[in-house]
Design a protein around this ligand. Structure first.
Ligand code: PAF
Length: 280
């Protein structure tokens, strides 16, 4: 596995792959890798002949009071995991090359970028889409793989690729869960043992929501109530939202459309967690 930090070196490698007609799969990450990321690498390797993974903790998607400084960074372990998965190139770009002096242009995520995560984290999706667009230009992938765990992010990346005519196929990977249902996330590392035990509240609420969908003729209010009942029973969990959205528009509709997605986010102490479940 080659580790590349300079964009000029990356350009040379991508040029070689293109000349040899090798298809390129890409998995962008912020590192602190877990089994969820590795499952995306395996998907990429099924879809394309060469696999590029990036690790870049992107400053522009963090708000001023958020955890950019504290975000877990485990480069040696990440390197070993990726080498073990047969990744061809690990891109770890320098922030000064990604955001050169005087940079000013950003991708506007549109209306879906302002609701749910976008309402709680203003500017977050502009940061995500801007860095993903830049990484796509750098890596020039045929296929890029993203996890369903960040459902709103995935929706907006698909929207950007369609609206701005990026020549890349977006493939999604299922959320990988612990045995008790907790979705894998790099931020789970922040949870104390007590918070970790309580963190199943998100998956329990999603399951209650799913049960409500199956038994209440798809009423949005009843689904929201079923999820809120579970979260209310966990006083240390401060709920940001628990609702259902259309998978096609990422907006709330009543009665629930098909397919729909249950989405939930909130904080256990200082740790912000989110999850979602597709309802077919
Ligand atoms: O999902 C993530 O890890 C990040 O938001 C991404 C897509 C790598 C952009 O920084």
């Amino acid at each position: 596995m080659k580790v590349v930090t300079r964009l000029s070196d990356l350009r040379g490698m991508i040029g070689d792959y293109r000349r040899d007609s090798r298809s390129i799969g890409f998995v962008p990450t912020m590192g602190a890798l877990h089994e969820g990321h590795l499952s995306l690498v395996r998907i990429s390797r099924k879809h394309a002949q060469r696999c590029v993974v990036s690790i870049f903790v992107n400053p522009t998607q963090f708000g001023p009071q958020e955890d950019f400084g504290a975000y877990p960074r485990t480069p040696e372990r990440d390197f070993e995991l990726l080498a073990g998965e047969g990744v061809d190139v690990l891109l770890m770009p320098d922030a000064a090359e990604v955001y050169p002096e005087g940079w000013a242009i950003q991708v506007d995520p549109g209306p879906v970028g302002k609701v749910f995560e976008g309402a709680i984290r203003p500017g977050h999706f502009a940061g995500v889409l801007t860095v993903v667009a830049k990484l796509f230009h750098m890596v020039q992938p045929d296929v890029a793989v993203f996890g369903q765990k960040d459902a709103q992010q995935l929706f907006l990346i698909r929207r950007m690729v369609a609206d701005l005519n990026f020549p890349v196929q977006i493939v999604e990977g299922d959320t990988v869960r612990e045995a008790d249902g907790l979705a894998l996330s790099s931020r789970n590392a922040y949870l104390s043992p007590v918070q970790r035990a309580k963190a199943t509240v998100l998956f329990r609420a999603l399951c209650a929501g799913k049960e409500a969908v199956e038994s209440t003729a798809h009423s949005l209010r009843r689904v929201q109530e079923a999820m809120a009942q579970v979260t209310a029973a966990e006083p240390d969990f401060s709920l940001d939202y628990a609702t259902a959205v259309s998978d096609a528009s990422f907006s709330e509709e009543d009665p629930l459309p098909k397919p729909a997605r249950l989405i939930i986010a909130g904080c256990l102490g200082p740790v912000r967690l989110m999850d979602n479940l597709r309802i077919d």
